[in-house]
Ligand binder design. Structure first.
Ligand SMILES: Nc1ncnc2c1ncn2[C@@H]1O[C@H](COP(=O)(O)OP(=O)(O)O)[C@@H](O)[C@H]1O
Ligand SMILES: [Mg+2]
Length: 295
């Protein structure tokens, strides 16, 4: 960087230099207790810029609590979460959203009496306006609607733009929720079980969309029970069980890890499933998705 750039950019340029080589997000020894329940027990992991990281584990493992700790909905009892080297401790949810965190929730709740595109335009406006209500009431925001249409195209539901969310099937609502998160121009998109409730074909297609969004430069943390799709689109996984991080690494190594197999299926069932000589991901999906659902 030139001296003049340093002079004009000032503190920002210095901050960027300092943060070079840092992970985008660092979770350091985070512990979350709810009364007597330890939902997360001293968990650490990094998320690198550009990555699509899978965060998996059986029901009750602490995955959702981890995402909530990152966005500030839950305050860790111990430990720290930092974005490019700066601690997020003490920052409000709103502040974290402005710093670039976006959470796409497990439950899909659009505003039902405005159109699909206006739901996204509202999210785009809310990213810039202090009051979401003000963003909604500002009818001149052609720019937001233009951006919203781009987001709807990115998630593949542009044809439903002018329809009501009330008549949309779950698959469209999930894409709408993702478009709303993307409209905030996040640096880190946190997805909590986006494939849940979808049939095999819909899940495959939405997983492709998630991989596309990542390929376009959005860093993503994906919580998902559909391990076949997770293994197909993620290059690295972090596995939680009972609040602890029990494994981390590339999908195939992680899935062959004894602790992971025990956590999901209570023993060697997963290995048995894989002995058929078929592609492991398909078998893993069936076995573990059902195991997780029934858990
Ligand atoms: N607000 C809360 N109050 C009390 N216990 C909670 C709360 N949220 C989560 N838990 C508990 O923390 C553990 C982890 O839950 P959660 O993060 O939802 O797991 P996952 O998303 O992996 O299924 C569970 O035992 C759950 O019952
Ligand atoms: Mg959960």
């Amino acid at each position: 960087m030139s001296a003049s750039a340093m002079n004009t950019a000032g503190i920002n340029a210095a901050a960027i230099n300092t943060n070079a080589g840092q992970p985008l997000l660092r979770v350091s020894n985070v512990t979350v207790r709810f009364g007597g329940v330890t939902a997360i027990d001293s968990v650490s992991f990094d998320v690198h810029a550009g990555e699509l990281l899978g965060l998996i584990g059986p029901n009750g493992a602490g995955k959702t609590t981890m995402l909530r700790s990152i966005t500030g909905v839950v305050r860790p009892t111990e430990g720290d979460v930092s974005l490019e080297g700066s601690s997020l401790s003490g920052l409000s949810i709103d502040r974290r959203v402005r710093l670039g965190l976006a959470l796409s929730q497990q439950l899909v709740k659009p505003l039902r009496n405005i159109s699909v595109i206006d739901n996204v335009a509202l999210a785009a406006g809310a990213a810039k306006t202090v009051s979401p209500l003000r963003a909604l009431l500002n009818r001149s925001d052609v720019l937001e609607r233009g951006q919203a249409m781009v987001m709807l195209e990115r998630v593949g539901i542009a044809r439903h733009a002018d329809e009501s969310p009330a008549i949309q099937p779950l698959g469209v609502l999930k894409r709408l929720e993702m478009a709303r998160a993307l409209a905030q121009s996040p640096r880190l998109l946190l997805l909590d079980e986006p494939l849940a409730g979808l049939n095999t074909k819909e899940a495959h297609s939405l997983a492709d969309t998630i991989a596309d969004i990542n390929a376009q430069g959005v860093t993503i943390v994906l919580i998902e029970h559909n391990l076949g799709e997770v293994m197909r689109i993620c290059k690295r996984l972090v596995v939680l069980d009972n609040g602890r991080r029990i494994a981390e690494g590339d999908p195939r190594t992680v899935m062959n890890d004894a602790a992971v197999r025990t956590a999901y299926l209570g023993g060697d069932t997963l290995a048995d499933q894989q002995q058929g000589g078929q592609a492991a991901p398909a078998n893993v999906t069936t076995a573990t998705a059902q195991g997780a659902t029934n858990a």
